[in-house]
Ligand binder design. Sequence first.
Ligand code: ADP
Ligand code: MG
Length: 140
Amino acid sequence: MAIERTFSIIKPDATKRNLTGAINARLEENGLRIVAQKRIQMTETQAKKFYEVHAARPFYGELVSFMISGPVVVQVLEGENAVLKNREIMGATNPNDAAAGTIRKDFAESIEANSVHGSDSLENAAIEIAYFFSGTEIIG
Ligand code: ADP
Ligand code: MG
């Protein structure tokens, strides 16, 4: 196993309910290190570009509106197998399908307002990290 970095977002439904600390505790308890973090208000342009891969999906417009509906916390997480490990800690996209003890099972409000984003591959992690952070902002 290799030390990897992945990109994470604590979404507006979670920041609104003051769950940043609770979610960060889950990440840290499971061995991931938060090596960069900032609270931002995403612009519509940023959100559209970030979720461009879903542009053809029927929920794209709503997803973009949701992601700019309040502050988000963008993060870089580091650890052994970080990409897959974070996906495991997050749980399935739909909280109804998420395993017990996962962030989405315990905190998500719906399939859309599902509290967290996590990169789905090492390649996308690098792209997503570079989209929000400069190298000097990441302190490993
Ligand atoms: P994940 O975030 O688990 O990687 P996707 O990449 O498939 O899931 O989708 C990106 C985000 O789009 C989801 O986290 C969720 O916020 C939203 N989303 C996905 N599927 C739906 C859906 N059927 N209806 C509404 N929103 C959805
Ligand atoms: Mg995804």
